[in-house]
Ligand binder design. Structure first.
Ligand code: ZN
Length: 89
């Protein structure tokens, strides 16, 4: 991952990162422009679900994107049979 340096607009590359929580990560960037030399931290946060997980963690409570067809999903989850095939490896 890379970002643009907010000062000189050059590319800034990731130097390191660590997981803050199940939903966020702090990443440290260094500007590639040696005349600038800016280093900075950014936080990446998961803030909504675009497609629901097939193996959801009950502790993770993310809002669903507006495009998700909730009623159809619920209807299908409650009525479709379970396939006899094993899950993918
Ligand atoms: Zn810079």
């Amino acid at each position: 991952m890379k970002m643009r340096c907010p000062h000189c607009k050059s590319t800034a590359h990731v130097r390191s990162s660590y997981e803050v929580s199940d939903l966020s990560r702090e990443t440290y960037f260094a500007c590639s422009n040696t005349a600038c030399g800016h280093t900075f931290a950014a936080v990446t946060e998961i803030h909504r679900t675009l497609s629901p997980s097939a193996i959801p963690d009950p502790k993770i409570r993310l809002p669903l994107s507006k495009h998700v067809r909730r009623k159809v999903l619920v209807e299908q989850l409650m009525t479709l049979p379970t396939s006899p095939m094993p899950p993918p490896a």
